[in-house]
Design a protein around this ligand. Sequence first.
Ligand SMILES: C[S@@+](CC[C@H](N)C(=O)[O-])C[C@H]1O[C@@H](n2cnc3c(N)ncnc32)[C@H](O)[C@@H]1O
Length: 201
Amino acid sequence: MQTMPEGGEAAAREPQPQPQPQPQPRAYPAPCLKSLTTNDKYETPPVVIDEILRYVPRDALVWEPFVGSGASTAHLQMRGFSTTRGTRRDFFQQRTAPEGAILISNPPYSTKERVFAHLAELGVQRFALLLPLETLGTRFLSNFRARMSTKLQLLVFSGTRLRFLSPTGTDHPRRRVPFTCAWFCWGLDLPSTLEFAEVRT
Ligand SMILES: C[S@@+](CC[C@H](N)C(=O)[O-])C[C@H]1O[C@@H](n2cnc3c(N)ncnc32)[C@H](O)[C@@H]1O
């Protein structure tokens, strides 16, 4: 014979508490080096690098972690800067920032949120990243800005959209990117929060 639980039929029908989903730490795709699109690999025209170098001390050690073809590193060296890629081939495996270095790089765009998360983890204070201007409106950038003790400064490429170099760093694909680009800078002492540059690419 079936027995009724205490409290009668109503209690028997009461919904049982379900386990609630717990918030999970943010999962980032990995390994990043193997999951990139061609769009992540377009290289920086030298004139675009030159614009940010105006604000980098001549004796600085420049940390260029996203080496790609090596053309940007070669350009930095040609301009007289010492460079390092860090101790790990994969930026996200780098456990400490190279001492005293200023990071200057055009990171793979699809990884930009993860790049900011890693910079925060490493406590990097002086750097410039070339990014689409629309990055300014993202939640992750807003959170990152709140964590930094220094202010974001922008060097915006205005007048025309940039044409990047092919992933080999040699030739120009015909089309310009469909967005405005800017160097997002911390700790580089630009004259003001918002600077503009016009270049021909
Ligand atoms: C947008 S390209 C820019 C290359 C170069 N920094 C420049 O400014 O011309 C980004 C490069 O980073 C490389 N890359 C992607 N993920 C990386 C990672 N986790 N660590 C180091 N390099 C990475 C890509 O293969 C690509 O060549």
